[in-house]
Design a protein around this ligand. Structure first.
Ligand code: ZN
Length: 183
């Protein structure tokens, strides 16, 4: 979903579109390919259907204002029992973009300025919405049970872990951790 700012009338324009599912899921979970061997991968978040975005975009001078909402439903494992939980996400979109100043190269971002940049006349709205959805994913997901002890699956896992660690003084599966140096 790429728009040209010259196509936006002074009154602004509404855009309703879907976010590409494959692209979004790859972007969310792609970070795991960067996790170094020996480190735990991040829990997987997977959107089930293409999220919907509805935006109102208007231009004032050279500033572009993007307001609206993006919503979708994703699956992620409960942090206690690993059950896959379906969660709805609805994110408010409020972005201001200004032309990228010449003194910044393509990779650089001025931090803390409160707005982003666009290059040329085009804005990739799908890319911006994907970014906002990812930033607003909750860090932990838990199932509807109010506590670990009330979740039968989580309780069973804890019992199993306790049993295993009692069976062997110093679980041999943990031996690898004892060889790691603390930096
Ligand atoms: Zn759970």
């Amino acid at each position: 979903m790429i728009i040209n700012i010259n196509d936006i009338p002074t009154s602004g324009k509404d855009f309703n579109f879907e976010i590409d599912l494959t692209s979004l899921n790859q972007r969310i979970n792609g970070v795991n390919s960067l996790v170094e061997e020996g480190n735990l991968p991040l829990p997987e978040y997977r959107f089930k259907k293409p999220p919907q975005a509805s935006l109102h975009i208007y231009v004032q001078g050279t500033s572009v204002f993007i307001n609206g909402r993006a919503s979708g439903v994703f699956l992620a494992p409960c942090s206690r029992c690993l059950e896959h939980i379906e969660t709805s996400l609805s994110t408010k979109i409020q972005i201001t973009l200004k032309p990228r100043p010449k003194y910044l190269n393509n990779q650089e971002q001025d931090e803390d300025v409160g707005f982003g940049y666009y290059i040329g006349d085009e804005i990739n709205c799908a890319d911006l919405v994907e970014e906002q959805l990812i930033l607003n994913l909750p860090q932990t997901i838990t199932c509807s049970f109010p506590s670990v002890t009330q979740c039968p699956k989580a309780s069973a896992r804890i019992k199993e872990l306790c049993k295993n660690s009692k069976d062997k003084e110093g679980d041999e599966r943990m031996a690898i951790f004892r060889t790691l140096k603390v930096n």
